[in-house]
Design a protein around this ligand. Structure first.
Ligand SMILES: [Zn+2]
Length: 339
């Protein structure tokens, strides 16, 4: 079967398509998507609180242009249908806003995801080429195990149904990698010294809710040194854990996985967070609707909060107040500039 997918598997073809799109769109647009959204929220009348047209709609159809290679391989399909893309859409939107709103962040992210990838991502989002930007993510960041694909008649269907942390957060390479060392007090412990590496930041609600700011407490718990009973088989020693540190310095943004938290534990979400001796500010959040198994996202530009939901017809709307984070999937914080 694999040989029939040669058109899809050749990164050169996507490269060509992206370049063609870039050339075509550069003549048509004077403002980037980010500039348009920013202008829209700053000039908005009281009555009209929605962005003027859909942004990054759910799903998408990507048409493959038959080229030299396609002819020689006789492709089985000419279109790719994307389904259940909400597991990446909200994060792609937040990522775009973060990168366009913070000079220097694209360069920093490029170290982890590749300079070219970040440049393509921004160009495609700037020019509202929504389906191609999703293809770029699926192709270059996701592994084939992370989605289902099936050929149906002359089309390929890619279904991203699942968890947004698997489909997005896990694919950011070592951006958020942290390391913690530990040493067991028992000399007979089989693995006295251990290094614990984590690539994502999953915080757990405190066992007993602290009087204020449970999220900061949970983040502190994640990074702080601690002493626990050693879990090595047959060892009765105590294991001392060092401070947890970012392996590659404080990242430009951090995604906190909040899936373990219940709504009642989230009555207070802090705007500022101290994270491993750096200051971070709340930039966005992703939200989960359990009944519909559907993700949406909230983010702020110039202090205005917006809610994005790819399935809505008015899919980007301005909120009068920060969103009520009832079904929180993640919180996204950006690093505050050092002053
Ligand atoms: Zn031990």
């Amino acid at each position: 079967m694999e040989s029939k997918f040669c058109v899809l598997n050749d990164p050169e073809d996507l490269q060509t398509l992206i370049t063609n799109t870039e050339n075509r769109l550069q003549f048509e647009r004077s403002k980037t998507l980010f500039e348009e959204i920013r202008a829209s929220i700053n000039n908005n009348d009281e009555e009209d609180r929605s962005f003027w047209r859909p942004v990054l709609p759910w799903g998408g159809v990507y048409t493959i242009r038959a080229g030299r290679k396609a002819i020689s391989c006789t492709p089985l399909y000419v279109k790719i249908y994307l389904k259940n893309t909400c597991t990446i859409d909200g994060f792609l939107m937040i990522l775009y806003v973060i990168l366009r709103d913070n000079q220097g962040f694209p360069r920093e992210l490029g170290v982890f995801l590749g300079k070219q990838f970040v440049e393509h991502f921004l160009t495609l989002m700037d020019s509202c080429d929504y389906t191609t930007v999703k293809m770029l993510w699926i192709w270059y960041r996701m592994s084939k195990k992370q989605y289902r694909s099936a050929v149906c008649q002359a089309a390929l269907e890619i279904d991203l149904f699942g968890n947004e942390h698997d489909n997005f957060t896990e694919n950011l390479e070592n951006l958020m990698s942290t390391m913690q060392e530990s040493l067991c007090t028992s000399w007979s412990c089989r693995t006295r010294f251990q290094e614990l590496l984590k690539r994502t930041v999953i915080i757990n609600p405190p066992h007993e809710l602290p009087p204020r700011d449970p999220i900061q407490s949970a983040v502190d718990e994640f990074f702080c040194p601690k002493i626990l009973l050693c879990t090595e088989l047959g060892c009765d020693g105590l294991r001392e854990f060092s401070h947890r540190v970012f392996c590659h310095g404080a990242p430009p943004f951090v995604i906190l996985n909040m899936q373990q938290w219940k709504a009642e534990e989230l009555s207070y979400v802090p705007y500022h967070l101290a994270l491993s001796q750096h200051r971070y500010s709340l930039e966005g959040a992703t939200l989960f609707n359990k009944e519909e198994h559907h993700y949406s996202a909230a983010f702020q530009i110039d202090g205005y909060w917006m809610h994005y939901d790819g399935l809505r017809s008015d899919n980007l709307i301005l909120l009068h107040k920060p969103p009520e984070l009832l079904l929180l999937s993640s919180l996204v914080y950006t690093r505050a500039s050092e002053k």
